[in-house]
Design a protein around this ligand. Structure first.
Ligand SMILES: CC(C)(COP(=O)(O)OP(=O)(O)OC[C@H]1O[C@@H](n2cnc3c(N)ncnc32)[C@H](O)[C@@H]1OP(=O)(O)O)[C@@H](O)C(=O)NCCC(=O)NCCS
Length: 176
């Protein structure tokens, strides 16, 4: 995947307290609540890291949150788990992603997802993980992620994964 280029006038920054996070509305209450009330606290405690996409007016057009975690060996599909040790395994977590309702339909969701996966890939050069995991808030979100190469974890239809091999292939191939 080639380098993700932001639209003119937009910037991507780590969330900080001067960002107008309480004005953000992506139409999904759970996602809004996360950014309004929890994202900064969790970032301050080093539990997760959030980046915000700012438009020309310095309003938040979108954001994503990444974290690290573990999944049990038995939670992974057998083709991925086959060569892995039978224990808790490290994963990157795409915890949250949202685009402001006023900016939806302009490919910013895809852009943020591409940036989030690029961050995971680059972090994975230093802190290895076996997959990127995410939990979908609803069927609409799931349909959005399934357009990329995310697949369902067995027995958990709203938890999707992307293996580190697939991530590497995605990031090192020029297409997309
Ligand atoms: C899901 C969301 C991030 C998409 O953002 P967006 O900026 O509108 O999406 P984009 O403009 O980048 O869309 C890119 C493509 O995805 C498609 N798409 C967008 N939302 C989709 C959905 N819910 N289901 C299926 N496809 C979707 C678009 O049609 C477009 O396809 P195309 O390239 O074939 O035209 C946004 O609707 C959102 O913030 N929703 C509420 C929060 C949420 O559900 N977050 C995810 C879980 S944490």
């Amino acid at each position: 995947m080639s380098e993700v280029v932001l639209p003119q006038g937009f910037s991507l920054e780590p969330l900080h307290r001067n960002h107008q996070r309480r004005l953000f509305d992506c139409g999904q209450r759970e996602v809004n609540d996360w950014l309004h009330t929890k994202a900064l606290q969790h970032q301050d405690k080093r539990l997760s890291a959030t980046k915000v996409l700012l438009n020309r007016d310095i309003a938040i057009a979108g954001f994503y949150t990444l974290a690290t975690g573990q999944v049990d060996f038995g939670d992974l599909p057998s083709e991925l788990a086959r060569k892995l040790p039978r224990r808790a395994l490290p994963v990157a977590i795409l915890a949250w992603l949202g685009v402001s309702v006023t900016c939806q339909g302009q490919k910013l969701g895809d852009l943020l997802l591409a940036k989030a996966l690029r961050d995971c890939y680059e972090a994975g050069q230093t802190f290895a993980f076996v997959a990127v995991i995410l939990d979908c808030v609803d069927d609409r979100a799931k349909a959005f992620y399934r357009r990329w190469d995310f697949a369902e974890l067995p027995g958990n239809p709203y938890r999707l994964f992307l293996s580190s091999q697939t991530l590497r292939a995605m990031m090192t191939s020029p297409a997309r």
